[in-house]
Design a protein around this ligand. Structure first.
Ligand SMILES: [Zn+2]
Length: 360
């Protein structure tokens, strides 16, 4: 089965991680989009740091998989590792509900990493490690640290213990406080170029098809759309291909590109009924491709729509289009909890109509 070790874009990153071990780094901040294999690579790195069975003289050796440390890790019970995530994410995966208070009310689980999750780490890092190796704290996703938690973390980063290692993983380093970032060795995982991403995705699909004889076949345009929406992250693109939303998004993209009669009201009613971020990510990237086309550059996201982007971009009037795009992008922050989904969808579509010269 294809693993992170087969991903060519992770090879230089792995080398960087090995070097940080030589430099006795106390804190790493890793920037990566989901679906690039980074999480599996970090798991292997953590396992390697904790493993007691591997040959220490061979710095590139992976964890042995059979020593007591590796076995604890496999059971998610390693005493020298803390994995800290927002409560909402942990509950989501375990399928549990939040804890009820004295009146039996279940509090809404937090989407942030809070200070009461960070404070106990101080004593965890101060006591000697259970297995004479490193003590590791993995914060994920690190941009969800709220301000008090980030300040508490900063204090601990200022006085790192001898054998402690912080791993902060995040899709964007800019989401971390600059004072925290400056105390970490930063490592960025660059997504593969389009061709490499597509080839890898095809290998993943081929593998899935071998395991399941009646696996679905996908049109090249749909592969391109899945990769475009996934920042060229092949594992994420594969998940998208397997979910029903992608076919819907493909129809939306077609409507935005071709503007068939009735496109506005059809899209408005579809978008009002679904998660706002699902249509927004598509619209945002398509508009970026239009700007690329306006400057005679290749599309970044949707290669199969290069010709349509060229045609549409002819209608873009600079510099008004930047104002419109800014208004459109400014909507993003309010999309998670829109009060009126239909209104949001329509106003985004109005901005788009104005952008491509179809208003009024
Ligand atoms: Zn081991």
């Amino acid at each position: 089965m294809l693993s992170w070790q087969d991903a060519p874009w992770l090879k230089p990153v792995w080398q960087q991680l090995l070097q940080t071990e030589h430099r006795h780094a106390h804190a790493l901040a890793i920037e990566s989009q989901p679906g690039l294999g980074t999480e599996a690579m970090l798991q292997a790195y953590v396992a390697k740091r904790l493993c007691e069975g591997r040959e220490r003289s061979d710095s590139s050796a992976l964890a042995c998989g059979s020593c007591p440390s590796c076995q604890w890790l496999a059971q998610h019970q390693h005493p020298d590792l803390r994995w800290v995530r927002p409560e909402a994410l942990s509950l989501n995966e375990s399928g549990e509900e939040g804890e009820a208070d004295a009146k039996g009310k279940v509090a809404k689980p937090s989407n942030e990493i809070r200070i009461d999750q960070i404070r106990p780490l101080e004593s965890f890092l101060q006591v000697a490690s259970h297995r004479a190796g490193a003590r590791i704290v993995w914060l994920e996703p690190a941009q969800t640290l709220n301000r008090p938690a980030a300040n508490a973390l900063l204090k601990m980063l200022e006085e790192p213990g001898d054998a402690s290692l912080w791993i902060l993983s995040t899709p964007r380093l800019s989401g971390l406080m600059p004072t925290i970032r400056s105390r970490c060795i930063t490592v960025s995982v660059n997504p593969p170029p389009a061709k490499q991403a597509q080839a890898f995705l095809q290998q993943l699909l081929h593998e899935a098809a071998c395991a399941k004889p009646h696996a679905a076949q996908y049109e090249p345009a749909l592969l391109g759309l899945a990769l475009g929406l996934s920042h060229h992250a092949p594992w994420r693109a594969k998940e998208r291909l397997e979910a029903p939303l992608l076919a819907e998004q493909s129809r939306w993209l077609h409507a935005l590109a071709q503007l068939p009669s009735g496109w506005f009201s059809q899209l408005a009613s579809h978008w009002a009924d679904c998660e706002a971020l699902d249509w927004f990510e598509l619209l945002e990237r398509w508009v970026i491709d239009l700007l690329q086309a306006r400057y005679l550059l290749d599309p970044i996201y949707f290669k199969a729509y290069a010709a349509a982007a060229q045609t549409r971009a002819g209608g873009l009037k600079l510099p008004q289009c930047f104002q419109i795009i800014n208004r459109l992008l400014a909507m993003k922050s309010s999309l998670r909890h829109p009060l009126n989904p239909r209104l949001h969808a329509e106003s985004a579509l109005l901005h788009y109509a104005e952008l491509v010269g179809q208003s009024g």
